[in-house]
Design a protein around this ligand. Structure first.
Ligand code: FES
Length: 577
């Protein structure tokens, strides 16, 4: 029998006398109105990430109530507590800058306060990985609940949703195809309800891969934020939290190399956000598991993209929910999955697939024989421009540009891009390759989603819809185009991307998995020798930003802080692909 303390006795505040510590703790919490009976029950912590700045989490108060109901019906005492909340559009310079801070907050508050299990309520892009990174490190029984996707809106009879359509309409506005009045009208329709972005952006991606990983109850990824199904799932999550507390079902029993392989397989099959790869790498890293990028690429060879959601396809998350949700995808991939992986339900992934309702005719999830795209959504590139790797979301790229050689047009950083991209004097053609430097984890701290460089206005006016773009930054999962991201090492950390100059030839060869600058080695060496040291910015030298600048890892390691990651003890994926 475990000697681990339970309920209110867990993690006592240090006064040198445990009896007094518990006496004092109970005295204070009784001011909340609890009886001794309530305080003697197992405790289910509930992470409340409601924020007035976060519309993706607007339904969190309702979800908290439903989780409490589920926990109390099973005889436990639920207690909610706040942590940081991150919304994509309300986090300067970028939400990724704060993901690790949220992970630290989550980990430490789980550890500091007494709880036998914790329900993590997140949703907006960085929140779910942050919560799972923190929970993995705290290793207290944990279960993820997402807020769910928003419903779609309607603009002049056309169905619209955040945020693929945000970018599409903004592109049309920049190309002067629509006027001020219409762009204002569409602004009212893009986010019509509470909930996360309605396409296969990072939030939808993380919801689906978390369910595949086993850290969410089956069927939890897809119900819309405003649906009764979302509320019922929350109640079930509260009840399940009591069971995992009793069974001591800690994250290390679920977040295994085989489970991460399942999650990576699903990431590829859903045409998921490229951010999903960085987040899964960071989450696995917290368990001492290294994500092997070459093996991920091999996994893609026999993993077709099956889900017809924007930006790679046509539909929205509410359609995937009506089509049956994740299990429809899992069924098609069944022969490729590790079915013996345990989930927070207490059953295996294989048992959950067997127990799910029978499929019905639908158009959102294709069969493996009739995929959206024959290979996995994400390809991993290597070459003299990215010795540590780079990625491209090939399912959302232009097939005509996947093998392309062109002249580099280089922007030194995000400010340089903003200053020149719309200039009529910009020397650029549709055959060129746009290169943006210094937007990596350290360069523009936090690795913003600026990798989706806009089409230069002079080309947009000519009707150009896509052009090869390369950077050390990230891209929103809601964006599409022939866009190479996560170039590693980043330019601000001595990567060769910093050595590219306007006029250089660059070759992108997605089929051959190569990205190279066609500059001879001697010239590259000369440029490296004359590269000035990166100027020290005063703001890099204090507070959280100093911590980030000194300890953040590169994209291939998950952009976590190095001191939060234990030594590697295993790799994933293990399948040969
Ligand atoms: Fe929150 Fe897109 S802004 S999920």
């Amino acid at each position: 029998m475990s000697s681990e303390k339970r309920g209110m006795s867990r993690g006592l505040t240090s006064y040198g006398d445990d009896g007094f510590s518990l006496f004092l703790r109970k005295a204070f919490i009784k001011a909340m109105g609890y009886t001794d009976d309530a305080l003697g029950r197992p405790i289910i912590g509930i992470v409340n990430t409601f924020s007035g700045y976060n519309a993706c989490h607007r339904n969190v108060p309702d979800l908290v109530e439903a989780v409490k109901r589920g926990a109390m019906l099973q005889g436990a005492l639920p207690i909610e507590f706040p942590t940081i909340s991150l919304h994509e559009s309300f986090a300067h310079p970028t939400s990724m800058y704060l993901r690790n801070l949220m992970a630290i907050d989550t980990e430490e508050m789980i550890r500091a306060q007494p709880m036998d299990a914790v329900v993590l309520i997140g949703g907006c892009d960085k929140t779910v990985p942050a919560q799972l990174m923190g929970a993995a490190s705290a290793n207290v029984p944990a279960i993820q609940l997402v807020t769910g996707a928003m419903l779609t809106g309607s603009h002049r009879g056309e169905r619209v949703g955040a945020c693929t359509d945000c970018r599409r309409f903004w592109g049309r506005y920049r190309a002067e195809e629509i006027d001020d009045q219409e762009i204002a009208e569409v602004n009212d329709q893009l986010v019509p309800t509470a909930g996360t972005c309605s396409v296969m952006g990072t939030a939808s991606t993380m919801a689906l891969v978390t369910e595949a990983l086993g850290m969410m109850l089956p069927g939890g990824a897809c119900p819309p934020a405003v649906s009764a199904a979302r509320q019922r799932h929350a109640e079930e999550t509260g009840a399940a939290a009591v069971r995992i507390a009793a069974d001591r079902l800690t994250p290390d029993k679920i977040m295994t190399p085989k489970a991460f392989e399942n999650a990576l397989r699903v990431l590829l099959a859903i045409g998921g956000s490229t951010n999903g790869l960085v987040h899964l790498t960071a989450m696995a890293g917290r368990m001492g598991i290294e994500v092997d990028l070459e093996a991920v690429d091999r996994l893609g060879a026999d993993t077709p993209v099956l889900v017809d959601l924007k930006p790679s396809g046509s539909y929205y998350m509410e359609d995937l929910h009506k089509a049956g949700g994740l299990v429809m995808i899992l069924r098609e991939l069944k022969h490729l999955l590790n079915l013996d992986c345990l989930t927070v339900s207490g059953r295996t992934l294989g048992e959950e697939i067997e127990a799910a309702p029978k499929p019905w005719p639908q158009n959102v999830v294709r069969t493996a024989k009739d995929p959206i795209y024959a290979e996995g959504g994400i390809a991993v590139l290597r070459g003299n421009l990215c010795p540590g790797g780079a990625i491209i979301k090939q399912s959302a790229a232009n097939p005509k540009l996947m093998q392309h050689e062109g002249r580099a047009v280089v922007f030194a950083d995000a400010a340089d891009l903003a200053a020149r991209i719309d200039s009529d004097d910009l020397d650029v053609t549709a055959d060129d390759i746009l290169v943006l430097q210094n937007i990596g984890p350290k360069g523009h701290p936090g690795m913003p989603e600026a990798g989706y460089l806009p089409i230069p206005r002079k080309l947009a006016r000519q009707g150009v819809k896509d052009i090869v773009r390369i950077s050390d930054g990230r891209m929103s999962g809601t964006a599409a185009g022939t866009i190479v991201l996560h170039v590693t090492p980043e330019s601000a950390d001595g990567g060769p991307l910093a050595l590219v100059r306007t006029g250089d030839r660059i070759r992108l060869d997605v089929a051959g998995r190569r990205l190279d600058m066609l500059v001879d080695e001697a010239e590259i060496g000369r440029r490296r020798a004359s590269l000035p040291p990166r100027p020290l910015r005063p703001e890099d030298d204090r507070g959280y930003r100093k911590l980030l600048m000194e300890t953040v890892t590169q994209a291939d390691k998950g952009v976590d802080f190095d001191f939060l990651v234990p030594p590697v003890k295993a790799k994933t994926p293990l399948a040969k692909g």
